[in-house]
Design a protein around this ligand. Sequence first.
Ligand SMILES: *Cc1c(COP(=O)(O)O)cnc(C)c1O
Length: 361
Amino acid sequence: MNLPRIDIDSAKIAHNVQKLTTLYGSKGIKIIGVTKVIGGNPAIARILVDNGIKILADSRLENILRMRKAGIRAQYMLLRSPALSQVEKVATHVHISLNSELIVLKELSKHALKNHSIHKVILMVELGDLREGIMPSEMENMVREVIGLKGIVLIGIGTNLACFNGIAPDLDKMTELSSIAVHLENKFSICLNIVSGGNSANYHWFKSSKKLGRINSLRLGESIFLGREALCREPIPGLFTDIFTLVAEVIEAKQKPSMPYGKAYQNMNGEIPCFKDIGLMSRAILGIGQQDVLVSGIVPKQEVTILGASSDHIVVDNNKANLTVGDTVTFDLDYNALLRGLNSIHITKNHVNYQKCQEVL
Ligand SMILES: *Cc1c(COP(=O)(O)O)cnc(C)c1O
């Protein structure tokens, strides 16, 4: 097996999907499976669909095309607002998109009409996290315009919190989204099928609330793949947090001084590093670097500590682990490290427990 690689435990993904579906389903919430962290990997997307996920959502059109080409049958949702330059492709290849700009919605309408198809849209509401979204005071005007456009149909509203600024999707925010939904339905005599309250950060609100108002949908990535909520990054009870494991190979292992010697200038990162002199030490180099993975987002599972990394090398303190050339080191990955790692062409993706996954079904 090529190294470096990421081992992907398919059976654990199936387990997490089933647990989350049951948990959120108990109060009427349907889960949309978010595939951006896996780069639209079709083998993984299939596990989601086989375990009951009906809508797959991704922020990148290319990932959606990849899954569709592989024959993964689902409704596809584009999470990032369509760029004007891509509306034609979005109207053609994507079933549902999240939107906040009227000019884009008009173009989507134009292209859907040309295709003789209907494109479904969800309007995003700004509730304070200050990434995408229409200000609540503008929602009425926007809906009036959108329901007048042919070729597109308004199927819901949504919001995205705890992303850009870490603003919590708490009871206040969810109550506000609910009342906006109710107000729009009454005002325009429409039915909003989807009221999408957010992402993996909505877990605490969900657990602590008896009644969820009109919220009936969440878009989940991190909870499925890392088994965690996204406000404090705590594990969700009963879920696996170790689905993905990064494996890298030792390419040099030697006794060397702990202090660099010679005149010190900037290193490859533009820093002048500082080390404590502990005399001679055992150091190892791994054949993986910043180009492959976000080094600040990986944590060794063995007794080594990362001393630093350049584009193609990670140097570790090998005093305790005593690794030799050819040994492997395994790591846990956080969301951003996983995002970079799974989307890297330099890292082999190795599916384990695929058979067991079929038995879980
Ligand atoms: C990435 C993303 C999500 C999923 O977020 P997680 O925290 O991984 O669950 C949901 N909605 C939007 C708009 C996103 O961009």
